[in-house]
Write a protein that binds this ligand. Structure first.
Ligand code: B12
Ligand code: SF4
Ligand code: SF4
Length: 388
């Protein structure tokens, strides 16, 4: 009879934790591969309420698939959930620049964290001298990353819907579904308590209820994922956010108490990405956009989308020195960008802007841009910007 020693769940877990720590993964939890029924229910409710906006890939089918790890990896027994800390201390923000959400200051986390999780599995596999069936996801699959993290004890849900870990919410989440039988963690018992600070702090009122974000109003959605015109009533509320938004995390007291939160070097801020000069962005051609943001999450906004955002930021900053750049942009090849440039000029006001708008109105052929030009030359638009 063969004498095979099967490592216990606890011994396997100890190996996992040791390998994770060697790879700099300090926040690690484990949960079973049981279906995520509650998470799927909440996600379905968000979808049915229209709160997932027009994200074409966020479908009921995706939610179903993501809530059943056993269907993704036959033989799945455990899910390893990790949170990787990214830098959160903002260098002095130069005036005239557009803000970038912290998660996008450094290299694209999808690749960095997936590589790390691959190394983790390779290392554990080597130690155990056995192959491990696994499937890795970092934001790029159907799994409900935050619900996995909650059940694996990595953190608790904040009312801003972020997972609040021992290091706060400035973290990326990733997970590995595996056939290893690992000792699980208990879900965190912590909660926001009576705090509600993130809710009134949201400029657009996107936190429509505790734990519920209406993506249609979320600046992160609007500046990163949304492909068309940004609703005119939301534009002034975007302020100087050029890509993403961090406000509901900046105000969170859990993020203040994070003495032991050491950001992962792999996500160190790149000054070319961490704040953006909107006039410079308007001047980028498609090739220079690709080159400048190679390896950055900012590419997700698309060349057209980022220039649309630059127009909004310039309109909100209200600096008339940006008028010539916006006037040039009235001739842009993209109607989306031209329309937002017209709006921004309306916000800046002044004779130079008005003459340019009137002249553009004579040659413009796109009906939506014509409408934007007309709105921009009516005085009511300008009144919406309190700083202009
Ligand atoms: C779609 C999406 C978005 C959308 C929608 C966001 C949202 N809140 O749903 C938009 C584009 C707006 C977005 C924005 C951002 N995102 Co995003 N996004 C995703 C994605 C792809 C899916 C999220 C999802 O399924 N939402 C659907 C709803 C149902 O999920 P939920 O709001 O989390 O709901 C849960 C809880 O509310 C809970 N719940 C429901 N009711 C109740 C009641 C109680 C009492 C409790 C306790 C809990 C609870 O159950 C729900 C299901 O799990 C995930 C990656 C992934 N694959 O999971 C990243 C992800 C959530 N995003 C992430 C990040 C970093 C951001 C931004 C911070 C980026 C930025 N700075 O601009 C913002 C944050 C905005 C915000 N406050 O959420 C990280 C979050 C990391 C973390 N520590 O939590 C993720 C996990 C990506 C990753 N792998 O790192 N995102
Ligand atoms: S990311 Fe910004 S816009 Fe979105 S919910 Fe948070 S504060 Fe509101
Ligand atoms: S600000 Fe308060 S309510 Fe909002 S997530 Fe943080 S602790 Fe929770």
């Amino acid at each position: 009879m063969l004498n095979i020693t099967v490592p216990s769940q606890v011994a396997l877990r100890a190996q996992l934790d040791a390998c994770a720590s060697e790879l700099g993964l300090t926040i690690v939890g484990v949960t079973s591969a049981e279906p995520f029924t509650d998470g799927a229910e909440a996600a379905t409710a968000r979808l049915n309420d229209g709160f997932m906006a027009d994200l074409p890939w966020y479908t009921q089918e995706r939610i179903q698939r993501g809530s059943d790890p056993g269907a993704i990896l036959p033989g799945a027994r455990s899910i390893i959930s990790v949170a990787a800390i990214y830098p959160s201390t903002r260098p002095d923000h130069a005036s005239g620049k557009g803000r970038v959400a912290r998660y996008a200051w450094g290299r694209d986390y999808h690749n960095v964290l997936k590589k790390r999780l691959n190394q983790l599995i390779a290392r554990v596999s080597e130690r155990l001298d056995q192959s491990i069936a696994h499937k890795i996801y970092v934001d790029d699959g159907p799994m409900l990353d935050r619900e996995v993290a909650r059940r694996a004890g990595v953190g608790f849900f904040g009312k801003n819907t972020m997972i609040l870990t021992q290091a706060g919410s400035w973290t990326f989440l990733g997970q590995v579904i595996t056939d290893l039988e690992l000792a699980p963690n208990a879900p965190s018992q912590k909660s926001c308590g009576t705090c509600t600070q993130c809710m009134p702090a949201c400029p657009t009122g996107a936190t429509v209820a505790p734990y519920v974000i209406d993506s249609n109003k979320c600046i992160s959605y609007l500046t990163i994922e949304h492909r068309g015109p940004i609703p005119i009533e939301l534009r002034p509320l975007i302020g100087d956010w050029m890509f993403g938004c961090d406000i509901c995390q900046e105000v969170c007291p859990v993020n203040e108490v994070r003495g032991d939160a050491v950001p992962d070097d792999a996500f160190a801020a790149n000054p070319d990405w961490s704040s953006l000069n909107p006039v410079e962005v308007l001047a980028l051609d498609e090739e220079s956009f690709r080159a400048r943001f190679q390896g950055s999450p900012i590419r997700r906004a698309t060349w057209e989308g980022l220039r649309r955002n630059a127009c909004i930021v310039l309109g909100n900053l209200g600096d008339t020195a940006a008028a010539p750049a916006l006037i040039d942009t009235l001739n842009d090849a993209s109607a989306l960008v031209r329309g937002h440039a017209a709006w921004a000029l309306g916000m800046l006001g002044g004779t130079e802007a008005e003459i340019a708008l009137l002249s553009a109105g004579e040659t413009e052929t796109d009906p939506w841009v014509i409408e934007e030009i007309e709105l921009a030359i009516t005085p009511t638009t300008k009144q919406e910007n309190p700083d202009a």
